[in-house]
Design a protein around this ligand. Sequence first.
Ligand code: ADP
Ligand code: MG
Length: 376
Amino acid sequence: MTRIAFDKTGTLTEGNFKLLHLRAWGDVSRSEAMAYIYAMEAHASHPLAAAIISASKAENITVPSEWKIVDHSNLEGEGVHAKINGDEVYVGNIRLFERLQMSDKVPASELAIVKKWLLDGCTVGFMSIEGYGIVSSFCVADSVRPEAKKVIAAFGDLNIDVNMLTGDNTKAATSIGIGVGLKHDQIKSNLLPHEKLELVKNMIKIERDNAAEKRCFRGKRPGLILMCGDGVNDAPALALSDVGVAMGAGAALAMETADVTLLDSDLEKLLFIVKLGKRVTRTIIENVTFSFVAKAVVMGFTFAGYSSLWAAIGTDVGAMLIVTLNGMKLLPSKKNVRSGDGFDSFVAKGNKPAVKTMASPSEVPSFPLQVPEENV
Ligand code: ADP
Ligand code: MG
């Protein structure tokens, strides 16, 4: 394993957003804007939707039952779209409104407030209603997972290159990324799902090219790329990477696409499995090398006429016992299981595994899962 790509929201962060500010302007009142955003986010799959829903409930905002909400769709990496009472409504990030060519219609005074939110490291969203343009902005914030910084430092110590890939804005991404100990060049922001996929594809290519260059000298194998994410937007990159790891609290599609699921979404488990994998590989190499050397020595003695049948049997049985005992060192000690440092600590701590469900149709991404044949 030479490189790890982490998603941000819900992976390095908890994914438990809080709504900090919501503003409305023009002919739309704050409570009307909030009802629109609530109606849109009620069907969304992004973690920030939960923050809007709970804040709306806390402010006793309701969606009038006569409202007709149709054609709802998640715009992965951008936001959500629906028709409310016949009007096109969009909720999402600035990138979405730049694409819709609406971003220049926000009043200057509101833009100044949004800039301040961005400087505070907020994830900023906007809402537009057909015929009115952008009429509302909001700011949500998420907290970093407590173990994220320690785990990233530990991967650095293992000489693994760590990157963060996110669809969020650069300011929010930098504030979280620097907070967990990453450098600016390890933080990639404003990415759409296919751009995350491209970056992972590029990492795989770099490793394969490096290995091809060195192969003529030392038979070097390409380094492996691990992708760790939680969202529908991460699914293509999880499928393409050599090892895809999904967070148990994330989207079902991410879990179905990944090779490994961290049931309790604890990043320390990821560090544990990577370290365990390295120890398993090292132990296999030790055992195979030891067995070959032992057999070669006995063969040498046999050809020189200094060996016997019993010596050969003894070496064979002895080598088998030694490699078995060497393999057993990989088993977690009782002390580690009790202290919560072992493979079984998840169960030992009394955690309940997340229930894995099939992806709902709304979670199926609207982009093609382009996985090159050699990776299928
Ligand atoms: P990440 O890569 O950080 O997990 P996503 O790719 O899922 O993020 O989303 C990227 C950005 O798109 C979010 O930071 C947010 O600004 C915007 N976005 C996505 N879904 C929604 C939504 N339902 N409502 C508003 N904004 C959204
Ligand atoms: Mg995510």
